[in-house]
Design a protein around this ligand. Structure first.
Ligand code: I3P
Length: 109
C-alpha cells in the first residue's frame, strides 16, 4: 500500500517526548513494504533510490499498533502509530477511507 501521509512525531524511542522544533507536520509519500513503512520526501517515483534521510524516516511496524486518533481534533483523518520501541507518530491521511485502509493494513502485517 502507498499514498501521501502527513506525519507528526510525538514521541521518540522509549516514549520520550519529541522536543520542540521536531514536532511539526511533514508530508511524505508512504510505502508499506513487508513490515516497514517507508516515508519518502519529495516526488515519488517507483524506481527512485531511497536517500539516507528516507532510510532514517523508515518505521518498523513489527509489533506496532495503529489506532484512530479520536482524541486529536486539530486535524481530520488522523491515526496514531505506536511502535514496539515506544515511538508515537500521528499520521494524517487524505480522507477517512484512506485512514481506515492504512490502519487495517498496518495492523494486519
Ligand atoms: C510544533 C508544531 C506542531 C504542533 C506542536 C509544535 O512546533 O507547531 O504543529 O502540533 O505542538 O510543538 P515545531 O514545528 O517547532 O516542532 P499541533 O499541530 O498538534 O498543535 P505540541 O508541542 O503541542 O505537540
Amino acid at each position: 500500500k502507498n499514498g501521501f501521509l502527513i506525519r507528526k512525531v510525538h514521541a521518540d524511542c522509549d516514549g520520550k517526548r519529541t522536543p520542540r522544533g521536531k514536532r511539526g507536520w511533514k508530508t511524505f509519500y508512504a510505502v508499506l513494504k513487508g513490515a516497514i513503512l517507508y516515508l519518502q520526501k519529495g516526488e515519488y517515483r517507483p524506481d527512485k533510490q531511497l536517500s539516507e534521510e528516507d532510510l532514517k524516516n523508515a518505521v518498523s511496524i513489527h509489533h506496532s499498533l495503529a489506532v484512530r486518533a479520536t482524541d486529536y481534533s486539530k486535524r481530520p483523518n488522523v491515526f496514531y502509530l505506536r511502535t514496539a520501541d515506544w515511538r508515537l507518530y500521528l499520521f494524517q491521511a487524505p480522507n477517512a477511507e484512506q485512514m481506515q485502509s492504512w490502519i487495517t493494513r498496518i495492523n494486519t502485517v
